[in-house]
Design a protein around this ligand. Structure first.
Ligand code: HEB
Length: 720
């Protein structure tokens, strides 16, 4: 009838699409979902499934042979260019790994995130859905013992091997996620490939690209291949490449090697009109089964595929890893032209017919090769040009630099070498792996503890030093953490957030204890933190041990790429109620970001903050949020007083607050928003109430100890 207009006639009470989440009405509320993504309930594996154990049982030789055979097993539904899928698989690996950015360690191929939105549907990742479908029979065959993340990065590596490159090695061990990564900020644009201005303060100064982003447009891995904002100008493109690759942890030589070695094989696809390509996987109808960019003009011929709109191969022999890219780029003059699809590209002014690559389907036809604006940058920019000359003069050197850069690209977010599995992991230690020598665990822990107790250090000194040492850990690329004791080396010992003078004082006491006992300094720092917490528990009238696992090692200066550590510097630490300066982002958002990088859940973040406040662990002795009159005892006072309606809360206008006795109006405490958010945010308040309850003091201690221990051991990849 007329009354049912707009009303679903079937009872359908669940929110089943992405359109209207239940909490959409309050866009400014702190979104804690990033702490609970990819939780146990999304993971279909058995609870005791451990990927690291499973992959150790993989038949590595058989997998590699199958991936190699796949390269030349062309399928009619997406035929291989020149009968070889190498170019496509390399682009899959590179785009999977290439979303990594050094600033926060997020992105990268370590979790198989390219299977999910938004990455699976980024315009720059067009056609890579085909590459994953081609790999599916291999994933299906090896099952749980081979993650998608490993397979995706293996495929490009084997592609290179099958095209003649001697690769540097390969480590397995990337565990898959089961839904979109929702923690990663990819930019605020509402439009794909929006103009670059949206993420630069000054487009002429590439260093003004918004942090932590590392791509010049929404939906791209790095730079626009047609030129800055689509206008060809290789010098300008070179400047953008330099900045974006630096943000992926690549220097100029690695960048030149990767770009030239990358485009030594494969081709760009730009026949037909862009409007015909079809919607991205995430937007497809059910009958497309998630296969996007349908390429209706392709008709089973590799020649006619459309991907970027640019058209052509870079070299004469695009299924061989050789020096052909340099021959082509440096052996010809290039002019600006348009591809059949209308994209800006460069083609040689004068090229002999026999120097041209043949058509990917019909070997009797030859086409012009092409260069993107990014390729022209390798020739026009003097620094990239100089590296290319070095490569041209010494092909073996080029092959080695390229193989190493490819290995770094595909392993950069896996953390230390201890995380690599399989027969092809390289023996050579590389400084970007942040190496840590093996530590000792045979020393007498109780004797070390006794020396710490007998020292002059306060519990707060010991707790904050251990925390500062461990808090740099980020699960995004598994860097940082207490292992290695890099807190005693430059640059960390001088970071403002580490309170350098206090740190020096504490280390002057702990270092001799390490030397006398054979424990590493890294272990002694953590053990001292435990001692401090055990003392504070005792002061609160309880008796509980904080577990300790010995065996950390001490890194040296030569093992430390100091420059690459600057990104680990904390700019804020809500756990110690501190910010280096005022930021556009609120203290509680920065605390949330840090909690996510540490791998904490919402309640773990809550229990740590509430505990650290009453321990007196604030930066510089600040009293904000120390909601207790018995600081130094590990009590639940922070939660009890925060949730007490006997108090009222008043902004002071400088970003801090007063907590007053509601009746007398007397100020009892001060606080920051990183304190008050635990009472104002409905989810955090629910956790705060748990710990404020009369029945939960002991649970609070148990949870605090467990979470503290989790942070202290977050980087213990040596403990399996
Ligand atoms: Fe690349 C392709 C761009 C880097 C590797 N690339 C490509 C294309 C483009 C580009 C546009 C086309 C696509 C289609 O298909 O259409 N890249 C680029 C840029 C850059 C780069 C802009 C920055 C500079 N690549 C790179 C690297 C690598 C690469 C680094 C590695 C290493 N690529 C590649 C390959 C290919 C490409 C292999 C082909 C694919 C096929 O074949 O499919």
């Amino acid at each position: 009838g007329e009354k049912t207009h707009g009303v679903c006639p079937v009872v359908h009470g669940a929110n089943t699409s992405m359109e209207k989440p239940a909490t959409r009405w309050w866009p400014d509320a702190l979104n804690l979902d990033i702490l609970h993504q990819n939780g146990a309930r999304t993971n279909p594996m058995d609870p005791d499934f451990n990927y690291h154990d499973a992959v150790k049982a993989l038949d590595f030789d058989a997998v590699k042979a199958d991936v190699k055979a796949l390269m030349t097993d062309s399928q009619d539904w997406w035929p291989a260019d020149w009968g070889h899928y190498g170019g496509l698989m390399i682009r899959l690996s590179w785009h999977s790994a290439g979303s990594y950015r050094l600033a926060d360690g997020r992105g990268g191929g370590g979790s198989g995130n390219i299977r999910f939105a938004p990455l699976n549907s980024w315009p720059d990742n067009a056609s890579l859905d085909k590459a994953r479908r081609l790999l599916w029979p291999i994933k299906k065959k090896y099952g749980n013992a081979l993650s998608w993340a490993d397979l995706i990065l293996l495929s490009g590596t084997i592609a290179y091997e099958s095209m003649g490159l001697k690769t540097f090695g390969f480590g397995f061990g990337r565990e898959d996620i089961w839904g979109p990564e929702i923690d990663t900020y990819w930019g605020s644009e509402q439009e794909w490939l929006a103009r670059s201005e949206e993420r630069y303060d000054d487009l002429d100064d590439p260093s003004t690209l918004e942090n932590p982003l590392a791509a010049t447009h929404m939906g791209l891995i790095y730079v626009n291949p047609e030129g800055v904002n689509g206008v060809p100008d290789p010098m300008k493109t070179a400047a953008q490449i330099r900045e974006t690759f630096a943000r992926m942890a690549m220097n100029d030589e690695e960048t030149a090697a990767l770009t030239c070695g990358g485009h030594t094989v494969g081709k760009a696809h730009g026949r037909g009109a862009v409007d015909n390509i079809g919607v991205a996987p995430e937007a497809t109808k059910v009958d497309q089964q998630g296969l996007g960019w349908s390429n209706p003009g392709q008709h089973g011929e590799a020649t006619n595929a459309y991907t970027s709109g640019i058209e052509g191969a870079w070299t004469k022999d695009p299924i061989v890893f050789d020096m052909g890219y340099f021959d082509m780029l440096f052996g010809h003059e290039w002019e600006q032209v348009k591809s059949p699809a209308g994209a800006c590209q460069w083609e040689p002014v004068n090229i002999k017919e026999e120097d041209k690559p043949v058509d990917p389907t019909d070997p009797t036809i030859r086409h012009n090769p092409m260069m993107t604006d990014a390729d022209m940058a390798m020739k026009v920019d003097p620094i990239y040009n100089a590296y290319c000359q070095k490569f041209i003069a010494d092909p073996a050197y080029f092959e080695d630099i390229f193989a190493r850069a490819w290995f770094k690209l595909t392993h950069r977010d896996m953390g230390p070498r201890a995380n690599y599995i399989g027969p092809d992991t390289p023996n050579e230690e590389l400084v970007w792996q942040d190496p840590i020598p093996a530590g000792q665990s045979g020393y007498d822990v109780e004797a070390v503890k006794a020396k710490i107790v007998a020292s002059t250090l306060s519990a707060a000194d010991m707790i904050t030093t251990a925390w500062d040492s461990a808090r740099t850990y980020r699960g995004s690329d598994m860097r940082g953490g207490a292992n290695g004791a890099r807190i005693r080396l430059a640059p960390q010992k001088d970071w403002v957030g580490n309170e350098p003078a206090r740190l020096a004082k504490v280390l002057a006491v702990l270092e001799p204890i390490a030397a006398e006992t054979g424990a590493s300094i890294a272990d002694v720092i953590v053990l001292a933190g435990n001692v401090g917490i055990e003392q504070a528990i005792k002061a609160a009238g309880f008796n509980m041990d904080v577990p300790f696992r010995a065996g950390r090692g001490d890194a040296s200066e030569t093992m430390t790429d100091a420059e690459s550590f600057s990104v680990l510097e904390p700019l804020a630490d809500g756990f110690r109620n501190w910010q280096k300066q005022e930021y556009a982002v609120s203290p509680e958002e920065m605390m949330l970001d840090r909690a996510q990088l540490l791998g904490l859940t919402g309640w773990e973040m809550t229990v740590l903050v509430g505990g650290l406040r009453v321990l007196g662990a604030n930066f510089g002795g600040s009293m904000h949020g120390v909601l207790t009159d018995r600081m130094g005892q590990l009590t639940t006072d922070f939660f009890v007083n925060l949730t007490d309606m006997g108090n009222s809360w008043h902004p002071r206008g400088d970003g801090t607050y007063e907590i007053r006795d509601r009746k007398s109006g007397k100020t009892k405490w001060t606080a920051t928003s990183a304190d008050l958010v635990f009472g104002s945010n409905s989810i955090l308040r629910a956790y705060a109430e748990v710990y404020a309850q009369d029945d939960n003091h002991e649970k609070f201690l148990r949870d605090f100890i467990a979470t503290w221990t989790k942070v202290m051991n977050a980087d213990r990849f040596d403990l399996s």
